[in-house]
Design a protein around this ligand. Structure first.
Ligand code: NI
Length: 428
């Protein structure tokens, strides 16, 4: 039976984070070989972060294999405990492997401008007429639906869902370790082996044996650190702002009937808002980067300038922005920019980041808290037991910045206006 078919020998991928990724199921091996999964090699895990941390060139392919490997190890550990249903093994591994399948190029900016959602596409690629779907339906006719349900968290077995998406899941553990490794920072580290050893299956989620609490504290702090030191790094956000504005500009020009020197054919269905699954799968970062190269030679000055900035890493500078304090200043700057012939919609941009490192359940939210299993067998929510976690529970940190092109400002002819802008930006 295809479902249980094992490879003649275990295939091993060398991985810098987990050392080895092991595949023994024919189904997993066949999924990895599909064009839809191979496409993930051409999408970076961290978008524009490589412009800040040059090592961060790893792809969604690496990460997806990593999440698969962690779930595989979790299952190996859990099989020795009561409460794990062996029937769920293959479907869990498939969901782990495929959970990010629908990510597009530079997902953050791209999804924002074209109102897309990668989870929606992940589901479509699993359920519609694709190679991935063909592999999954060979297992059982309703197997693709089960995989999609685990990913969108509607699956009946909540234990399985919690392994792939919860506040301590294989997805987060892989990306924290992997992103720390590839950026070269030292703060993403935590002892994953220890966490896997203390995980216990219960009916509706994975819980942590209380002796493993400190390893979990370390994991939560590493997440907290990574968000602020890496994911929300202002230089990365600057590149992200430029990307978003490029997509905005291209869409705007298309809507105005602008004649591009080279028609952006693969993007047309996105402009029109009628994206078919095949259009989506044609797109990856190599395609988009090619257009950025081309757009440096467009007649439209904004598109030309922004594209060239992205390609050559001439990023926007930034200053702190406090919404409750700096709104007037921002409006004055907008006017001065306009008077100087610099369009503030593209060149004076407020960008905000916020993160909630750990949260206990709040009504209406899907966040499931982490539970510790005490020696008595009773379960306690993590922040009631850990002082460190309690300190950051439910606390959102926010950061706002204004981004602007200093080179353009320095070139303003009217010295008085130029000085006024610089004074407002840096000294008031
Ligand atoms: Ni992921």
């Amino acid at each position: 039976m295809y479902k249980n078919k094992q490879l003649d020998e275990v295939k091993v991928f060398k991985d810098p984070v987990h050392r080895y990724v092991r595949v023994s199921d024919q189904v997993i091996w066949d999924l990895i070989a599909t064009p839809e999964f191979q496409r993930l090699r051409r999408i970076k895990q961290l978008g524009t972060t490589y412009l800040t941390f040059h090592g961060a060139e790893h792809s969604r392919f690496n990460h997806s294999l990593g999440v698969y490997e962690i779930v595989r190890r979790m299952i190996n550990k859990m099989e020795s405990h009561e409460g794990w249903n062996k029937e769920e093994r293959l479907v869990s591994l498939c969901a782990a492997l495929l959970h990010d399948l629908g990510h597009g190029p530079f997902s953050h900016s791209f999804e924002k401008v074209f109102s897309l959602d990668h989870e929606h596409f992940t589901k479509k690629i699993i359920l519609e007429d694709t190679n991935v779907h063909a592999v999954l339906s060979r297992v059982e006719p309703d197997f693709p639906i089960k995989v999609a349900q685990i990913i969108d968290k509607s699956y009946v077995d909540k234990l399985v869902v919690s392994m792939i998406s919860s506040q301590i899941d294989a997805d987060r553990m892989d990306y924290l370790l992997r992103d720390a490794y590839y950026t070269g920072v030292s703060y993403g580290q935590f002892d994953m082996e220890r966490i896997l050893r203390v995980m216990r299956p219960t009916e509706d989620q994975v819980v942590i044996k209380s002796t493993g609490m400190h390893a979990v504290e370390d994991y939560i702090m590493s997440r907290y650190q990574m968000y602020w030191q890496v994911y929300f790094h202002p230089v990365t956000r600057s590149a992200e702002v430029i990307l978003t504005k490029i997509f905005h500009r291209v869409k705007h020009l298309y809507e105005k009937g602008y004649q591009f020197k080279m028609n952006p054919t693969p993007l047309l269905s996105f402009f029109r808002g009628e994206v078919k699954i095949n259009d989506y799968l044609q797109l990856d970062e190599s395609v988009i980067n090619y257009y950025f190269q081309q757009w440096q030679h467009e007649d439209d000055e904004v598109l030309r300038d922004l594209s060239s900035r992205f390609v050559n890493r001439i990023l926007f500078k930034y200053i702190e922005f406090k919404p409750e304090k700096h709104m007037d200043k921002y409006e004055t700057l907008q006017n001065l920019f306009r008077e100087a012939g610099i369009d503030p919609d593209y060149y004076l941009v407020i960008d905000s980041s916020s993160d909630l490192p750990y949260d206990v359940y709040r009504a209406g939210e899907e966040r499931i808290p982490i539970y510790l299993q005490m020696p008595s067998g009773e379960e306690k929510e993590l922040s009631t037991h850990s002082v460190i976690v309690e300190a950051i529970t439910g606390k959102t940190r926010e950061d706002h910045k204004i981004y602007f092109p200093i080179e353009k400002i320095k070139m303003i002819q009217d010295t008085k206006r130029k000085d006024e802008i610089i004074e407002l930006l840096y000294y008031r």
